[in-house]
Write a protein that binds this ligand. Structure first.
Ligand code: SF4
Length: 156
């Protein structure tokens, strides 16, 4: 029975409708640790209006969040909190790593004993947004890339 449901869900029209619903109501939770957050704040303003692409207000509740946006440096001490937040989010869920620090440790990749050298050691990352800091336009592009990825996903 499970197999039949799985097959039905992935018929192209049904899959399209379900994934379209997902990209039109992405509920982000953002984990801000450093300067990249200013760019995220800029994105959230009326100039960019990401809501027209289904990127809803980051309310900070994990109950309905399906996108985890990690901005800034993540230390070893914080890493377990990042994982806890990720684990508490309901399925399906996606992760965006914003900025050089989240992707690779950035400025602190060398000579730092406590900065994580890439958040993908802690949680699976779907979209990487490079830059130090990435401009809001780049973040916007990352959101569009995530939309494309979701549209092509197999329904879980
Ligand atoms: S990537 Fe650059 S702007 Fe972003 S948190 Fe790191 S140092 Fe700050």
């Amino acid at each position: 029975m499970k197999y039949v449901i799985y097959k039905l869900k992935n018929l192209s029209l049904i899959k399209y409708i379900i994934n379209w619903g997902r990209i039109c109501s992405m509920w982000p939770v953002h984990l801000t640790t450093a300067c990249c957050s200013v760019e995220f704040a800029a994105l959230s303003g009326p100039r960019y209006d990401p809501e027209r692409f289904g990127w809803l207000a980051a309310v900070g509740s994990l109950r309905q969040s399906d996108v985890l946006l990690i901005e800034g440096t993540v230390t070893a001490k914080m890493a377990q909190r990042v994982r806890l937040i990720y684990d508490q989010m309901p399925e399906p869920k996606w992760v965006i790593a914003m900025g050089a620090c989240a992707i690779s440790g950035g400025l602190y990749a060398k000579d730092s004993y406590n900065v994580i050298q890439g958040i993908d050691d802690i949680v699976p990352v779907d979209v990487y947004i490079p830059g130090c800091p990435p401009r809001p336009e780049t973040l916007f592009q990352g959101i569009l890339m995530l939309r494309d990825k979701i549209m092509n996903e197999v329904i879980r």
